[in-house]
Ligand binder design. Sequence first.
Ligand SMILES: Nc1ncnc2c1ncn2[C@@H]1O[C@H](COP(=O)(O)OP(=O)(O)OP(=O)(O)O)[C@@H](O)[C@H]1O
Length: 303
Amino acid sequence: MAIIEITNLRKRYGSQVAVEDVSFAVEEGEIFGVAGRNGAGKTTTVECLSGLRVPDGGTIRVTGLDPRDDRAELRRRVGVQLQDCTLPDKIRVHEALRLYASFYRRPAPWEELLEEVGLGAKRDTAFAKLSGGQRQRLSIALALVGAPRVAILDELTTGLDPHARRETWELIEQVRARGVTIVLVTHFMEEAERLCDRLAVIDGGRVAALDTPAGLIGRLDGAQRVTFRCPPDADEALRSAGEVSRVVRDGENVTVTGGEGVLLAVTTALAERRIVPLGLHVERATLDDAFLAITGRAATDHS
Ligand SMILES: Nc1ncnc2c1ncn2[C@@H]1O[C@H](COP(=O)(O)OP(=O)(O)OP(=O)(O)O)[C@@H](O)[C@H]1O
């Protein structure tokens, strides 16, 4: 059952259109990714669904609630960690959690939460003295302290080193394992591929594509590339094999691109002609390739 439904969302800031027409539904228990280049409209979309911004048009339902009508109840059901969340320098980790817990009638046990996010040893540390990864862990704990059904995490791992990023990913998976539905805004395709069950790619304020990461990659003409060495008399058979979109020969090296079934098509076509491919290897297109094909630019291209 959908826990979040957004239909034809529209939002402008003065004459600047931030979200033109966004619709998607998130199923309960999913990690749902919202990806797109800078300025695509991702943050505006999640701010509207968490009740922090009022849309100009469209409908939103989160756990059945309209964020415009029921903000107090929505706050209890939806935990939000927004981009560049910052706290006073001197506030200690346990003070921040205690303070946030006091906003809720039935908060999660924050001491347990502290251990769960790996900050037990930092409970007395001031916010200013936490590393980037520790701050993000704290912001996740703060988003969860109200025991929400949905957590919205915006650009959580931007600025983290690869190790801290991986630790944060593991933490997000643990949160989902507790049954919390997660909306994850990201422009890291590796992150989206690793974590998201499904992903909406937003471009120019619209949903340009929505699918599982594997589904988005599978839509590419060249989702798989098979490279090997063999004599040229196989080329015609390779070109006419199913799933094959391109055959490029360079001397005795051949690269065949095509859909998910291209490896089977290539090996079958060669076996029928009793040709043994040498040095065969398969490369899979990445989510970055898919993102590029959908938006015309790489996810990390900020120009
Ligand atoms: N408060 C605001 N006032 C005016 N324009 C805004 C405001 N917030 C966002 N915008 C503009 O709306 C568009 C969408 O911004 P939004 O922050 O939703 O995009 P985003 O996809 O989250 O980008 P980023 O990845 O850079 O955070 C951008 O062109 C942005 O400049």
